[in-house]
Design a protein around this ligand. Structure first.
Ligand code: ATP
Ligand code: MG
Length: 311
């Protein structure tokens, strides 16, 4: 099995006042992967990240971060962190924010200065690096936050809503940075509400609801639809053919044909029928659920279970 960057055997967090934000969760983040933590507002996502980094004290916690016990101070120098709603002293310049973070992580002066310049350029803040953060827009602050999270060349980086407030181009740049980190063998742990963005980068996802994990696995496994193939034609399917296909349990909508079949071989007779009717096929693929569909169906079944449990 791949080495784990994070191994939570058991994590529980009860805030002062008694609210239990994490009700005993376990998960594994394989080294070198992009890991997406999803869930509605208040699910406990930020609480989980802050507990792992011991920014808040977990109530009960067993597990490891980069091979060391969670809570080991020295390990934090190998970790990067972009907090949710990252705030920096308004009078510091973007450059000073990143240098300050480098200092905290123990990056030597020369390397810190070099990396700071490179990262500020990478996140698109070059022209603004000597201006105070107080004059930055929301998305610019977020970009500065990302640069400071990467300045120690972390083995794992925790990004809590990294694209919050960032414009479309900036989001694409952030996605590329995440992909580059993975290509370098680093691990990226990302909290996000933006399913389409997570879908594009994550290797593994966990859905957290009410402090409990309701779904987890690789993106590939989780989005695998039940034995269905999708055929796309050039233009709509003729009505008479559509009717005969529908009689054999095949769904047709416009230029899309959904064939229940265990393998590609079983789809060939349908293709033959389409071709005979003069239909031009432009695409055939195994159907997959979108992350949005997976998320919504997971939330539905979690609600169903909760209601069932209460009855
Ligand atoms: N300091 C605190 N004291 C008491 N309760 C808290 C504290 N911080 C968070 N909570 C509660 O814990 C729960 C989980 O909060 P958390 O911030 O981890 O959620 P989240 O999944 O990150 O949500 P969001 O998507 O809105 O960022 C929420 O119900 C929140 O109100
Ligand atoms: Mg949060």
């Amino acid at each position: 099995m791949a080495e784990a960057a994070v191994e939570i055997e058991y994590l529980r967090k009860r805030y002062k006042g008694g609210f239990e934000a994490l009700k005993g969760v376990s998960l594994t983040v394989p080294k070198g992967s992009v890991f997406g933590l999803l869930g509605p507002n208040g699910a406990g996502k930020s609480t989980m990240v802050k507990s792992l980094l011991t920014i808040i004290r977990p109530t009960e916690c067993r597990g490891s971060l980069l091979g060391k016990k969670i809570g080991d101070r020295k390990t934090l120098g190998r970790v990067g962190y972009l907090p949710e709603h990252a705030k920096f002293p308004e009078y510091l310049t973007g450059r000073q924010v990143v240098l300050y973070s480098a200092g905290l992580a123990g990056v030597p002066g020369k390397a810190a200065r070099e990396r700071t310049s490179q990262l500020l350029d990478l996140v698109g803040l070059k022209a603004w690096q000597d201006k105070p953060v107080g004059t930055y827009s929301k998305g610019m602050k977020q970009r500065a936050g990302l640069a400071q999270a990467l300045v120690n060349e972390p083995e794992i980086v925790f990004l809590d809503e990294p694209t919050d407030g960032v414009d479309p181009e900036g989001r694409i740049e952030i996605r590329k940075i995440i992909e580059r980190m993975r290509a370098e063998g680093r691990t990226v742990f990302v909290n996000s509400h933006l399913l389409a963005e997570v879908e594009q980068v994550a290797d593994f996802v966990v859905i957290l609801v009410g402090g409990k994990i309701i779904r987890s696995g690789s993106m590939k496994e989780l989005t695998q639809a039940e034995k269905t193939f999708e055929i796309r034609s050039l233009g709509p399917i003729p009505l008479d053919l559509r009717e005969s296909l529908e009689k054999s349990g095949i769904k047709v909508a416009g230029d899309q044909v959904l064939v229940p079949a265990a393998n590609a071989g079983d789809v060939q007779p349908v293709i033959d029928a389409l071709r005979t009717a003069g239909v031009v096929i432009r695409e055939m693929k195994e159907a997959r659920l979108s992350l949005e569909e997976l998320y919504l169906s997971s939330m539905d079944s979690a609600r169903g279970e909760m209601n069932g449990g209460a009855a």
